[in-house]
Design a protein around this ligand. Structure first.
Ligand SMILES: *Cc1c(COP(=O)(O)O)cnc(C)c1O
Length: 231
């Protein structure tokens, strides 16, 4: 299957999942998770109509930017971001999905202020409460949202999660449902620098469940580009 065929199939599956949940398919954006795929593969995905490109590693982001790989699509950063690398990401991407600590939030705000811009971000929630994953606890989120107005060069657009690797389809629904409730909770809080309209959840193996539970942005790698070669 080609990248274009994969994307066409995913679009159909997205639409089916949305309609089954009584949702408008247009509410859900498809972000191509482009890690370990080269500039040509990224260009092919953009030409085939993905809504967004999401990059994981700063080095790959910088390299593909220099190759003009993302032309024609918004660019997001979706991987773990070290505070010493924020300069290479802030202002270069439209949205950072993976803000997982107060320290990183502060560093992004400082860099955005230095550049004289406002950076859109999501807060990453460690929804499965896994030791191995970064992110805020669900309990942290309402407290943090209260603090966002003091970060004047940040705009909070919503939440992101990577639930545990699941054995059976449907296993992650309980996490997606929890994320949805958390997002509804903070959407109700209207305050400065907070404009929550994005719930980033769902990957190749579970995006239909994520859509059923209210996802507005799915991040798909393998189902678009095939298995990544880690060798
Ligand atoms: C790689 C990655 C994805 C996509 O994963 P697939 O299972 O290949 O679809 C989504 N989100 C993040 C943060 C990723 O690193």
């Amino acid at each position: 299957m080609s990248i274009a065929e994969n994307i066409a199939r995913i679009r159909e599956e997205m639409a089916r999942a949305a309609i089954a949940a009584g949702r408008n398919p247009e509410e859900i954006l498809l972000c191509a998770a482009t890690k370990m795929n080269d500039a040509d593969a990224v260009r092919t995905a953009i030409a085939a109509g993905v809504d967004i490109c999401g990059e994981n590693r700063v080095q790959e982001l910088t390299q593909k930017l220099s190759q003009n790989a993302y032309a024609g699509a918004p660019l997001h950063f979706i991987g773990h971001l070290q505070t010493n690398k924020v300069k290479q990401v802030v202002g270069k991407v439209d949205l950072i999905h993976s803000v997982d600590s107060l320290r990183l939030l502060t560093a992004i705000n400082t860099e955005a202020a230095r550049q004289g811009i406002r950076q859109d971000i999501l807060l990453e929630v460690n929804i499965g409460q896994e030791e191995s994953k970064s992110g805020f606890t669900p309990e942290d989120i309402p407290v943090l949202v209260e603090q966002i107005p003091s970060f004047s060069n940040i705009r909070l657009r919503g939440l992101m999660a990577i639930p545990p690797i699941s054995q059976n389809s449907g296993d992650n629904r309980k996490f997606f449902e929890k994320m949805y409730l958390l997002a509804v909770d903070i959407t109700a809080k209207k305050s400065d620098n907070v404009c929550v309209d994005i719930l980033s959840m769902g990957m190749s193996d579970d995006f239909e469940d994520a859509i059923a539970c209210g996802s507005t942005m799915i991040r798909i790698g393998t189902a678009i580009f095939g298995q990544r070669n880690y060798a």
